[in-house]
Design a protein around this ligand. Structure first.
Ligand SMILES: [Zn+2]
Length: 323
C-alpha cells in the first residue's frame, strides 16, 4: 500500500527477522518469516488491536529449546527462555560505544551505491556493538554478511518473495538482506528520506543480530512457538520487533554526534520511525506506529549523549506498550 503524505509518497516498509537454529539437522528450526510491517500515514487508533487476518509467522519444525520430552523439561525450557529475554546480561551493560564512522556520501540510486553505503554502516555497527556484546559474554566477533538484492532472494531461512529487509541467522552466520531497488526508488523521491530509511533499516536488522548473538532471538521464537493463542504469539513478535528497532535506534543515538544524526537526516529519521509499524487492518506483528515511535525514541535517547541496552527491554514491558 502506498499512501500520500503531502507531495511525497510514503513508502511501504517491509522487513522481517528470521532465524535458523542448527543444533542438528533433525532439530533444524526454520523460524520466521514473511512478517510485514507497514508504513502508514495515519496513526493507529490507540485501542485497535486487530488480529483478524493476522497469521503468525510460520514456524516449521520444533525449536531445540522446546523439543524436549516431558512436562517438567518443557516448563524448565519455558522458564529459561523467559529469563533469557527478560533478564539478559545485555541489559546490565554500560553505555553503547559511539561509532565515530561518518555516513558515506554516495548516491543510493544503484545497487553499488546502496552496497557501499550499507557496507560501511554495517562495519560501523559491528565495531560499535562489539564492546557491549563482549561485556555481556557473547560472541562479538561474528560480523553479519550484507547481501544486496533487488526483488527476490533465496536465503538459508527461506525465500524472500517481495522487497523486504531481512535478517537470517543460522549457526555462527548472520545475514542481512537489503532490497536495493526499493531504496533507489525512495532516493528518486527524496534522497534525505532514502538515507534515513536505509540507515534505520540496517540499524533495525543489526538489532536482530544483537538479539541473535545474545540468545534473545532464539528464546523469543521458542516462546512464540510455545504460546497457544494467536494474540500471545503476535505480542511476542511485537516485543521482538520493537526491541530490534529500539536497539537499532540506541546504536544510532550513541553515534549521533559523529554520523551525524542531525539536521535534515535526523528530521527524516524521526519521520521514518514515527510512521513505521503495523498498518491499520494489517498483521499486528511489529507493533503499532505509536509504539514503534516510542521505542525508537527511547532507544535513541536524544536527551543524553549515551545510550543503553536496558532502555530496550520490551520483554519486561506492559502489554499496552508493545501493542
Ligand atoms: Zn525486524
Amino acid at each position: 500500500m502506498v499512501t500520500q503524505d503531502g507531495h511525497r509518497k510514503v513508502p511501504r516498509f517491509t522487513e522481517s527477522g528470521a532465524m535458523v537454529n542448527l543444533s542438528s539437522k533433525k532439530l533444524r528450526v526454520l523460524a520466521g518469516v514473511a512478517a510485514v510491517a507497514g508504513f502508514a500515514a495515519l496513526a493507529m487508533p490507540a485501542q485497535a488491536v486487530q488480529t483478524s487476518g493476522g497469521v503468525p509467522a510460520p514456524v516449521q519444525g520444533k525449536p531445540a529449546e522446546v523439543a524436549v520430552q516431558g512436562q517438567q523439561a518443557t516448563a524448565k525450557a519455558a522458564s529459561s527462555n523467559t529469563n533469557i529475554v527478560r533478564f539478559n546480561k545485555l541489559y546490565n551493560t554500560g553505555a553503547i560505544m559511539a561509532s565515530k564512522c561518518k555516513e558515506v556520501n554516495v548516491s543510493l540510486r544503484t545497487a553499488a551505491g546502496v552496497k557501499a553505503y550499507d557496507q560501511q554502516l554495517l562495519t560501523c555497527m559491528w565495531q560499535a556493538w562489539a564492546p557491549t556484546l563482549n561485556a555481556a559474554g557473547y560472541n562479538y566477533k561474528n560480523k553479519p554478511t550484507l547481501i544486496i538484492y533487488n526483488t527476490k532472494a533465496t536465503t538459508y531461512c527461506g525465500v524472500i518473495s517481495s522487497p523486504t529487509s531481512y535478517f537470517c541467522g543460522h549457526g555462527a552466520a548472520s545475514e542481512i538482506y537489503i532490497p536495493w531497488g526499493y531504496i533507489a526508488s525512495l532516493w528518486k523521491q527524496s534522497p534525505t528520506y532514502a538515507r534515513a530509511y536505509a540507515t534505520n533499516t540496517l540499524a533495525h536488522e543489526y538489532g536482530h543480530h544483537v538479539q541473535y548473538q545474545s540468545g534473545i532471538l532464539s528464546a523469543s521464537w521458542s516462546r512464540q512457538y510455545a504460546f497457544t493463542t494467536l494474540a500471545a504469539k503476535l505480542e511476542e513478535s511485537r516485543r521482538r520487533e520493537l526491541q530490534a528497532s529500539c536497539l537499532g535506534s540506541a546504536m544510532l543515538g550513541a553515534s549521533k554526534r559523529y554520523y551525524p544524526m542531525s539536521g535534515g537526516l535526523y528530521t527524516q529519521w524521526k519521520y521514518v520511525v514515527s510512521h513505521s509499524g503495523d498498518q491499520p487492518g494489517g498483521v499486528r506483528d511489529h507493533g503499532s506506529i505509536a509504539n514503534h515511535n516510542w521505542w525508537s525514541t527511547a532507544g535513541f535517547y536524544a536527551a543524553s549523549t549515551k545510550t543503553y541496552v536496558n532502555r530496550c527491554n520490551t520483554f519486561n514491558s506492559a502489554s499496552n506498550r508493545v501493542a
